[in-house]
Structure formats: C-alpha cells, structure tokens
Design a protein around this ligand. Structure first.
Ligand SMILES: [Zn+2]
Ligand SMILES: [Zn+2]
Length: 596
C-alpha cells in the first residue's frame, strides 16, 4: 500500500515506513509545510507522504507556486532546520481533533478525520507548526541536512478530478550531501535522456493531441522498430516459434467467454457494428486459442509456440498517459506456448536463456522474481507443486539468482517477472513469463489427446520479453541516450566531402556503403566541415567518413567515431567490411577501425 493511502485512510500502524530514508523524507515534508504556512498563511494543508526518492506535500492555494516561491520556501526550510525544533507527539480523541482542525480552518484534515474510525489520533508538532500524523519522524528538524525542492504541479485531492485541484510541491531528501548530489545528477541526466525529448530531436517519434497515447512513428523510429522486429523474428524462427496475427476488432462474445468482459471492460475500447458490440483487443491471449483449436491436437504436436506482434489497445485515462511508457495503443512481443505439464520446465528453461540472450544484446542487466501460489488460487495442489517446481528448476538450470515472492502469483498460475537495470541504474519491469494452469485452457476449452488416448488440458505459457515495442524503444532511447548501437542506429554512417572538389569521390564512397546495405547519408552541403561534423555528432551518427584529396587518391576515408574519436585514414574496403560485420553481429559497441 502506498504511503499516500496510509495518510488518507490510517491503514496500518504508521503513516510512513519506519526506516531511515522514508522517515527522513516524510519529516522533511512536515518542514516544507511549516515553511509554506509561514510564507503563505492562507494555504490549507492536505497530506505530505514520503515517496520513492523523495516526498511531496499538497496545498490548497489559488495560484500555482512560482519557481521563486520554491526558492523562498527552501530558504525558510533551512531556517527551520537551523532552529532544530524537536518533533513532539500528542494524542487527542478523534472528536476533539475534528473540532480542533475545524477551528484552525484545515478542511482536508477534518475530512480525513471524519473518514476514519480511530478513537484517538496523534498530532505532531515542531515549532509553531502541527500536523495530523502517525509518524514516525526524526527527533528534531536539525537532523534534516541534505534536501532540495524539485518542482510543483497541480494534483487533485485524493487523485480524483471531481475534487479540488491542489498545488503539490515535490522535493527530495537524503542522508548525506553526497547522496543528494548523486541523485540530482541522475535526475539531470534522465532529463537530458528523456525519450520524449530525444524522440522529437532525433526524428524517431512524436505525439499529437489528435491521438492521445499513440505515437506517430517517424522514419528514424521506424528503423528502430523494424530492426527490433527483425531481431525478434530471427531469434524466434530459430527456436521453433510460429508467428500468427489475430484480429484487432473482436466481438464481445470472445471476452465474455475469456472472462475479460467482467473484469476488464472499463479498459476496453468498444464500438457497435451492425448491432453487435465489438472491442479493440486489449490482449492477444484468447484469440490465440482459436489457432490452437483449429485442429485436433495430439500430445506429439506439443509444444506449440505461437508468437504474435500483437497490437493492443487499452483505454488508459488521458491524465495517466506518458510518452511511449503509458500509451493507449501498443505492440506486444507476445507468445503463447501450449505444452504438456511435464514440458513446462524445459520450455521455461529455454525461455530464460532467450531472455538472457536478448537483454545481453542491449547491455541491460536483468533480475528475476518468482511469484508463487496466492491463497485464492484455481487448480489443484499437485498442479501448482509441479508448476512451481518447474520454475525453480528452470531458474537454477540457468544459474540465476532470484527473489521469491510467496503468494504473489496470479490465481491461475505462478510467474517469473524480470526487471532490467539501465545505464542510469533505474529499474524497469519488462518481461513476464506466466504459467497458466487453468484460465485460458479451461475457459477457452483447449485440449490435446494424450498418449493414453484421453483428452487433457494443455498448460499455456504467456510470455513477452520486450513487453511492448513502444515501451522498449522508450527504455532503449534513454538507456543509450539516443546513441544507439550501429545495428539499431537510424543512420549508421555519414559521408562528408571536405569541399565541392571532392564531391565526386564522396558520392562513390556513399554508393559503396549503400551497396553494402549500410544506412548511409551524404552530407555535401555547402557548409564548413566543422559544422557538418558537429551536426553528425548531434544526430548521434556512429561513423563519419570525411573525404578529401588524399583520401580520394588512396581510396580511403578519414574515419570519426561517435564521441569524437578520430581514427585517421582507413581503406574504404576495410570500413565497409568491418561495418558490415559490426552490424551483423549486433554489437553493442563501435568496433570499426579499431587497431589490430
Ligand atoms: Zn508526519
Ligand atoms: Zn497471454
């Protein structure tokens, strides 16, 4: 449960995790509220929880906070820290607390108090400021040393757009100045790498308000998508997958049978066609069973591995949409593996190997979490025993360390979630390997004829490795800061003739690269060479080939690697051969022209 809801509902024992960092951050939010009340006595206070990497506090204020306001608030906070006020706790019967906060004109505190049934509540005081809170806090304001206010924005009370709009100030706090500096650097770096910004600057993708939550793929971004698809297809073809594609627009009867209509209807886009209700598919699972059920399956036919680049739509609220990370339209690298129960282990073992191979290609560090049976599961104990054991064995067979989330599985089967860490040390949840013992097999009535001649239910493994292509492109863009490995780079090499006199040789070099199917560009504009080199760097082109008189004579090009390294003159033939090899190997690093 989030700390926001602890504050709002008094669930659990505390308002913040009783650990050093959350306690420090939550205490800093009290100090911030104290500073805001000193500077803007008319504001009403809402709640101030600790969050990941920091804290916020929400205030009711007619005008948004300006950047100068944040600077003044921070200055006042430093005075409060210097004064070293102790945090003191007092208890009050709930009824008296309601009257108390009514008198102080704090309607949000009154609303929280009215919504809970605790007979006695606690109030924390530091200096002239007090707040309804269950703590814990640091002992005095002097313990807050390394903090910074980051931004402010509007936020609805209790996250509901029918409620009043509040002004939220976000801040961060750390145990040491060094940790704070490191965090601020990471934040700045993340801002520079923001995929929405780079997507626009590098002509990868863009967004327009005529299609919220759905990207327009620009030529550069389409290169990324095509290369990723090619990578995935080659890899899956070699592993006995068969690719299918199922309809986007499906009669709601399917969703009634699969159970999604009951559970998931609010997230589905529906429309009426000839008097029937249809929806855009939010997932590919139920439709894949139609392909499975086309024929009578024997135990000898299994496993059947159906992959699908499944374009899905989910009706996310417009306020929740964000770049390529939260979208309404996305393309899953989905697959459904139909197998016999005793095949689960070897299928998962192979899958984990595939996952490791894929992420290694992008230099992303995976970590694994196995989630086991929840209390309200479907299926028998022996079924679960076998499936969970298969997952343990498969993880061990791959030599992987993994976390165990007891009871965290879905009601229809255990699963392995895989997070990756990017170049900034941020975690992203990408892959899921979900064993399905009962849901799809039972609801969609899948069968195979076993060796004993009896019909049995197959186990279905749902899995996605990129997750969605859209989100994966966002992560790669930020991970590589737009400087993609050559095999992914929209433009792999740019040829720059020094002047017009060398244009003819420049065209020949360009043609040689093109003939080798290298994505090359010729920049023979009448601009200074230095300017054109800088521009190629800004576009993050892996290799720049500068050609002039000497290069034309010798059949070479002066090679510059992205990042500015000048490799000197390299024979054109060697450049083409090494570039071709680097691309074919899907190398994560630039290797052309490397000595030896
Ligand atoms: Zn508190
Ligand atoms: Zn599925």
């Amino acid at each position: 449960m989030s700390e926001e809801s602890h504050h709002l509902s008094f669930a659990g024992e505390f308002d913040c995790l009783p650990e050093p960092l959350p306690t420090l951050r939550h205490s800093t939010s009290h100090v911030m509220a104290q500073a805001v009340k000193r500077l803007f006595p008319a504001v009403k206070v809402a709640i101030g929880p600790a969050i990941e990497d920091g804290f916020y506090y929400d205030f009711l204020k007619a005008e948004p906070f300006a950047p100068e306001d944040l600077a003044r608030i921070e200055e006042t906070m430093r005075e409060i820290v210097k004064a070293d006020y102790p945090f003191t706790r007092e208890e009050m019967p709930r009824e008296r607390a309601i009257a108390f906060f009514e008198e102080r004109g704090e309607p949000f505190k009154v609303e929280i108090l009215r919504g809970i049934d605790a007979p006695v509540v606690s109030i924390y005081r530091q200096g002239e400021f007090l707040d309804l809170c269950r703590g814990p806090h640091v002992t005095s304001t002097g313990q807050i040393k390394a903090f910074k206010l980051l931004s402010s924005s509007g936020a609805y009370w209790r996250g509901d757009e029918k409620n009043p709009m509040l002004q939220r100030i976000y801040g961060t706090a750390w145990l040491t100045q060094e940790e704070l500096d490191k965090y601020l650097w990471r934040l700045e770096e993340a801002r520079k790498r923001d995929h929405r910004k780079l997507g626009r600057e590098l002509d990868l993708f863009d967004f327009y308000d005529i299609a919220p939550g759905a990207p327009f793929w620009l030529p550069g971004g389409m290169v990324l998508m095509r290369e990723l698809e090619k990578f995935a297809r080659e890899s899956l073809d070699a592993r006995g997958y068969q690719e299918i594609s199922t309809p986007l627009l499906v009669n709601k009867r399917l969703w009634e049978q699969s159970g999604h209509w009951d559970l998931y209807q609010d997230n589905m886009f529906t429309l009426e066609v000839e008097g029937d209700v249809f929806s855009l598919k939010p997932m590919n699972c139920p439709e894949s069973t139609y392909v499975y059920k086309r024929a009578l399956r024997s135990y000898r036919d299994l496993p059947l591995r159906y992959s699908e680049m499944g374009r899905c739509h989910r009706n996310e609220r417009s306020g929740a949409l964000s770049g390529l990370v939260r979208v309404r339209q996305f393309t899953q690298d989905d697959a459904h593996l139909y197998c016999r129960p005793e095949q689960v282990q070897s299928e998962i073992t192979d899958l984990l190997e595939l996952v490791r191979e894929w992420y290694a290609t992008f230099e992303l560090q995976p970590s694994y979490r196995l989630s086991t049976r929840p209390p309200d599961k479907l299926g028998s104990e022996p079924q679960w025993d076998q499936a969970e054991d298969a997952l343990h064995q498969a993880l061990r067979a791959n030599g992987l360390d993994y976390e165990l989330d007891k009871g965290g599985g879905a009601f229809y089967g255990p699963k392995i979630d895989i997070d990756v860490e990017d170049a900034l040390g941020r975690q992203w949840q990408l892959a899921t390997i979900q064993v399905d013992l009962t849901m799809l097999p039972e609801r969609m009535q899948c069968e195979y004829i076993d060796a004993d001649g009896q019909p049995k239910r197959p186990v279905v493994i749902h899995r996605a490795i990129f997750g969605s292509y859209e989100r994966f492109v966002a992560i790669l863009t930020e991970h590589f800061a737009g400087a993609f490995p050559t095999w992914l780079a929209p433009v792999q090499a740019r040829v720059l003739p020094i002047s017009e006199k060398h244009a003819e040789y420049g065209r020949r070099v360009f043609a040689a690269l093109r003939a080798a199917r290298i994505r090359a560009e010729l920049d023979d504009r009448n601009e200074k060479l230095g300017y054109r080199i800088r521009e190629a760097q800004l576009r993050k082109v892996p290799y720049v080939l500068v050609v002039g008189e000497r290069e034309a004579q010798a059949g070479t090009a002066s090679l510059r690697r992205r990042g500015g390294e000048d490799l000197g003159a390299v024979p054109l033939e060697r450049i083409v051969a090494e570039l071709t090899a680097e691309i074919a190997a899907r190398s994560a690093t630039l290797t052309v022209g490397r000595a030896g």
